[in-house]
Structure formats: structure tokens, C-alpha cells
Design a protein around this ligand. Structure first.
Ligand code: NAD
Length: 250
């Protein structure tokens, strides 16, 4: 088994699907993981060299059997992309414990569980983990009490992973995307939020799925062999800028 492999969670659409296609283009076999069975099977049926596995990443039992299934089918696991995520925006006082838990269980528990299950396999090949956070985990804003907190935790979890797994040659990095017009974003981005993002982004536009995927693929590649514990914002400049941007545009 010499062909490199990768597991991409949340692969049925959006950033995860674009990432799947970029890894396929560079010759890897891809395990596509998603809990939306219908969408996952429809997309996987159009691709070669993929193994679709229906799995809810927030469920320890399902993660364990998914990892065993992928390891048996592929014989090696070179990288894990923890991309599955949910967004639920609301004020703190209206965020019930159920809403809080449902965001945390996918966005944070899922990253912890999939990574832990993958570690024995990644150790054998000195593999890589890439976790998908968000600019909402780097800078606080209204309505993101659960989402933003879950993503800030993913940034720190990445550093914990890098600290502990480095001695096995496993690298762990994080990508913090800016806004991309996926189903997830369009469900929570009102016209006001879209306008505010344009104002706050130096490149003055949303990103594309492929612009996030290419950073993920880079972090798994040999070109990033000395990079670990980092969070790269692929966000059109949002993270680097402060007040006054709209007023200062010429
Ligand atoms: N789109 C954006 O603007 C944006 C910005 C910053 C960060 N992100 C992050 O990027 C990642 C991908 O987002 P996207 O915009 O492509 O979203 P999307 O909704 O288009 O795709 C997410 C996929 O994850 C799957 N999924 C959700 N919960 C799951 C679970 N518990 N188990 C298995 N699969 C699950 C969904 O079924 C879906 O196919 C997410 O982590 C998201 O938070 C997105």
C-alpha cells in the first residue's frame, strides 16, 4: 500500500467536498465521512478512489467503527481533516443548553473523537491532522456564543495535539476560513451580516470552497513538513485588520 490516503469529515458538500476533490487530484484515496447519507452517496457515486462512510462524528461508537472501516479498506491513514461542522447563531440568552450542546458535540467533540481514533494510524506514517475552525474562533462577535466558542476551542485543541503528537512526527494544524457561500453559511448569514463581512474584509469578497481547500491540502503536504500547531486564516485579510476599513477605502 503506497498510495497516500486521507479522511475528510463533512465531505458531502461545501468545503469538505472541494477538499476531497483536491486530494483526489493529487492522487490520494479519500474516505468521505458525513452523516447526511443521501448527499454523501450521491456525491461519492460521481468520484473514483473514494470510500464513503456514513458517520456522525459526535458519536464515539460511530467514530470508532468508521475509523476501523477506513483502516481496513485503505491499509493506512496519512491524514485526517476535521471539517464537519454546524452553525447556529443566536443571542446568549436564547441559546438553550440543547443548542449549545448540539454545536459543541459536532464542532468540538467530533474533532476530539476523530483525532483520538486516528492517532494509532497516523503514528505509523507520521501523518497530519488539519482541523477546520473559523474566523469566528479568532475574533468574537455577536450571535456566535456557541459557534465562536466551539471554534476557539478547536484552535487550542490543535495546539494541544501539536504539543503531544509532535514526538511521533504527527503534525496538527488548523485553518480558520472566512465566509464562504456554502449551505452552512447561507443558513445563518443575513443580508446585514453579508454586508458587514464585505466591509470588514480587505479583499472585499467571500472566499470560495477551493480557496480554503488549497490551504488544507498544503498543510498536509511535504511543503509544510516543519509546520505544526499553527492556525492559518484563509479569510481575505479579516483577521489582520481593525477599525476604519470601510471609511478608508478610496
Ligand atoms: N462556510 C463558511 O463561511 C465557513 C466559515 C468558517 C468556517 N467554516 C467551517 O468549515 C467547515 C465546513 O463548512 P461548510 O461551510 O462547508 O458547511 P456545509 O454545511 O456546506 O458542509 C458541512 C458538512 O458537514 C456535515 N456534518 C455536519 N455535522 C456532522 C456530524 N456531526 N457528523 C458528520 N457530518 C456532519 C454536513 O452534513 C455537511 O455535509 C465547518 O467546520 C464550518 O464551521 C465555514
Amino acid at each position: 500500500m503506497t498510495q497516500k490516503t486521507v479522511i475528510v469529515t463533512g465531505a458531502a458538500r461545501g468545503i469538505g467536498l472541494a477538499t476531497t476533490k483536491q486530494f483526489l487530484a493529487e492522487g490520494r484515496r479519500v474516505a468521505m465521512i458525513d452523516r447526511d447519507a443521501e448527499a454523501l452517496m450521491a456525491e461519492a457515486a460521481q468520484l473514483q478512489d473514494v470510500l464513503p462512510v456514513v458517520c456522525d462524528v459526535s458519536r464515539p461508537d460511530q467514530v470508532e467503527s468508521m475509523m476501523a472501516q477506513v483502516a481496513t479498506a485503505f491499509g493506512r491513514i496519512d491524514a485526517l481533516i476535521n471539517n464537519a461542522g454546524v452553525a447556529d447563531f443566536g443571542p446568549i440568552e436564547e441559546t438553550t443548553f440543547e443548542r449549545w450542546r448540539s454545536v459543541m458535540s459536532t464542532n468540538l467533540d467530533g474533532v476530539f473523537l476523530c483525532s483520538q481514533a486516528a492517532i494509532p494510524h497516523l503514528k505509523r506514517v507520521q501523518g497530519a491532522i488539519v482541523n477546520i475552525a473559523s474566523i469566528s474562533g479568532l475574533r468574537a462577535s455577536t450571535l456566535r456564543v456557541a459557534y465562536g466558542t466551539s471554534k476557539a476551542a478547536v484552535v487550542h485543541l490543535t495546539q494541544q495535539q501539536a504539543a503531544e503528537l509532535g514526538e511521533y512526527g504527527i503534525r496538527a494544524n488548523c485553518v480558520a476560513p472566512g465566509p464562504v457561500r456554502t449551505k452552512l453559511a447561507m443558513a445563518v448569514h443575513s443580508p446585514e451580516i453579508i454586508a458587514a463581512y464585505h466591509d470588514a474584509i480587505p479583499l472585499n469578497r467571500y472566499g470560495s470552497e477551493d480557496e480554503i481547500a488549497s490551504v488544507i491540502v498544503f498543510l498536509c503536504s511535504g511543503n509544510a513538513s516543519y509546520v505544526t500547531g499553527q492556525t492559518i486564516a484563509s479569510d481575505g485579510g479579516f483577521q489582520s485588520t481593525g477599525v476604519g476599513l470601510p471609511a478608508l477605502r478610496s
